[in-house]
Design a protein around this ligand. Sequence first.
Ligand SMILES: C[S@@+](CC[C@H](N)C(=O)[O-])C[C@H]1O[C@@H](n2cnc3c(N)ncnc32)[C@H](O)[C@@H]1O
Ligand code: SF4
Length: 380
Amino acid sequence: MNKDKLGIYIHIPFCVSKCNYCDFYSIKWDESTERKFIKCALEEIKMYNALNKRYSVDTIYIGGGTPSIIKDKNIYKIINEIYKSFDIDDDLELSIEANPNSLTKEKLKNYRQFKINRVSIGIQSLDNKILKTIGRIHNCEEAVRAIKMTQDAGFENMNTDIMFNISGQTISNVLLTIKEIIKLEVPHISFYSLKVEKNTPFFNMINNNELNMPDESLEREMYYMGRKEMESNNIYQYEISNFSRKGFECKHNLRYWTHKPYIGIGPAAHSYIEDTRFNNVDNINKYFDYIKSNKKAIVNRKTIDNKEKMFEYLILRLRLTKGFSSNDFYRTFKINFLDAYKDIIEELETFKLIKISKDNIRLTKKGIDVSNYVFTKFLI
Ligand SMILES: C[S@@+](CC[C@H](N)C(=O)[O-])C[C@H]1O[C@@H](n2cnc3c(N)ncnc32)[C@H](O)[C@@H]1O
Ligand code: SF4
């Protein structure tokens, strides 16, 4: 029997220190909490092994937090437990996130032995002043060294996270970073606009007038110029914030935008499977309590009905530059998209926000810029 495909996300909830902008769930690393976490994560993976009857795994994403700061042998234990609990496809994409100054030659060599075949490094900027503003614990020389070391270890498939819209950043400053990354022949770039999240030091600094954000037009200009630089160097946009050379798109992240199933392991991890979204508790001690009492750590669960799925389908697929086909929409919902949304489509076409050719529907570059506005149209 041909099995359906499943993705597994592992949330490693530790960082050396917290960056000024970040609200991802993570706590300060310590050895004994790492040990307890690994024990629970292995138990949690086993709790899902009944899914093996129906699914085989084709993507694993070890994210965080900062997975590269925990012991290599613990990364191995997690991967090994997944291999024991599930059938794994031969073309598995196995990604790990890393902070530049936690990578070493030996660590990267071990990762390759564990069958990890994609490394995503948080670079953010190659300007030391900007790195300091955002509270990173590495400088730009260490960031470049980490990229080269990863390539020398034989990882062809890698990503760097780059951020723009940072206080004090200029367009030329963003472009210098992008040009340097392109020169280093990194095949995938996640290009994120800094979002000021509540409960972060940046949020408080802005409220106290200690920090000025770039204005909206500068933010957009940084995005356009960064995108242009990447596209003129054959690094194509395939999603609002993601760019890659052909064939290097992240298979795991594509699941999130195409309603493909995934389960999340670890505190605060999210899952989507069989039309149900759920997430784990975002507190490590509560997470330990659930798992130790032999329960999954799920705190929210919602089965999405057809109407919600249709809205999600539109806002997720339209994030992708290739959009979607009306045939696929019909196969999924038994509704003719072009008829059902005729008036909205006409309006969006008039403003050149959406492009329809044959059965393909996608946002234009202008539409991508105002994607949130376009998405609200489909809410009606
Ligand atoms: C889990 S981290 C990556 C791995 C590692 N923890 C690191 O930072 O090097 C995920 C990425 O999300 C991005 N990110 C986090 N908070 C953000 C925010 N508030 N706005 C925009 N991007 C953000 C950063 O680019 C960061 O590298
Ligand atoms: S950006 Fe990465 S290193 Fe910084 S706090 Fe967030 S998860 Fe940790």
